[in-house]
Ligand binder design. Structure first.
Ligand code: FPP
Length: 256
């Protein structure tokens, strides 16, 4: 028999409690990055337009931001729009572009209050001006916050990021702003993620097992966690399960 909403919420709460009791708060992944995938298939399975999947995906973003912040995650990076997503039909691009605005309009006061700092990785110059404005407002309003960094990857592509980093570094070398060896640490300073730690844990939803041009440099030693669950169905218990599983793994960073 199908469970009613109240019953589902109850079992979610029980599961959440169980998982929280098992998670070691001293060994949380500092940086969690998520490829939020499966909105379209979620909608299709319900006979709904793809936009309904994206809309429900925003609800998941709310829940996961709140859970990550309460748990004590330091950086949460969400892949919201890739450099490849421009190839989608215009109506869907426009719809996806409206989501950060919608989200920030509603959530910004809460983010400010909860000491969350909004950050952006990607090239903002191609974003429509209203999106740039909303994002800038988010950045500005949370500039001095010191809690969790909520990092939106918008018009982000890892290869583009790496090529730009090379260009920036070359220019600095040629114009004398950078002297000395080019180390991994130096190179990292030219990436959009400069100043942020690399992700400890990467989550991808919807049963796809690809990186899709996401944080290729930064994910070098991250633990990868995949679920078949579509992003609109992903909830705080999935996140907690991923964190728990992460804590069961042995990270060797190439050592024995
Ligand atoms: C991939 O699913 C998802 C995206 C391209 C967009 C992800 C965006 C959100 C979840 C909302 C972002 C929210 C904020 C606040 C910025 P898909 O459409 O490729 O799904 P499919 O593979 O099933 O077709």
């Amino acid at each position: 028999m199908l469970k009613g909403w109240g019953e589902m919420e109850n079992s979610l709460e029980e599961r959440e409690k169980e998982l929280l009791a098992k998670i070691d708060p001293e060994r949380l992944p500092g940086h969690v990055a998520i490829i939020m995938d499966g909105n379209g298939r979620w909608a299709k399975e319900r006979g709904l337009p793809r936009s309904a999947g994206h809309r429900q995906g925003v609800e998941t973003v709310r829940e996961i931001v709140s859970c990550s912040h309460r748990l004590g995650i330091k950086v949460l990076t969400l892949f919201a729009f890739s450099t490849e997503n421009w190839k989608r039909p215009a109506w869907e691009v426009n719809y996806l572009m409206s989501l950060p605005q919608q989200y920030l309009k509603k959530e910004l006061p809460k983010l400010v209050e909860e000491n969350v700092k909004v950050n952006l990785i990607g090239d903002p110059s191609r974003l429509p001006p209203p999106v740039q404005k909303a994002v800038n407002q988010g950045l500005e309003a949370t500039r001095n916050n010191t809690g969790m960094v909520l990092n939106f990857a918008l018009n982000y592509g890892s290869r583009m990021e790496i090529v730009r980093a090379v260009q920036g570094l070359l220019a600095d070398i040629q114009e004398g702003r950078h002297k000395g060896p080019v180390t991994e640490e130096v190179f990292s300073r030219y990436l959009f993620t400069a100043g942020l730690p690399d992700p400890d844990l990467l989550i991808r939803t919807s049963g796809e097992y690809r990186l899709s041009n996401f944080l290729l440099w930064q994910l070098a030693y991250s633990e990868l966690w995949f679920t078949r669950t579509y992003w609109p169905d992903f909830n705080r218990c999935h996140l907690l399960q991923a964190v728990y599983d992460y804590q069961q793994r042995e990270r060797r960073f190439g050592k024995i």
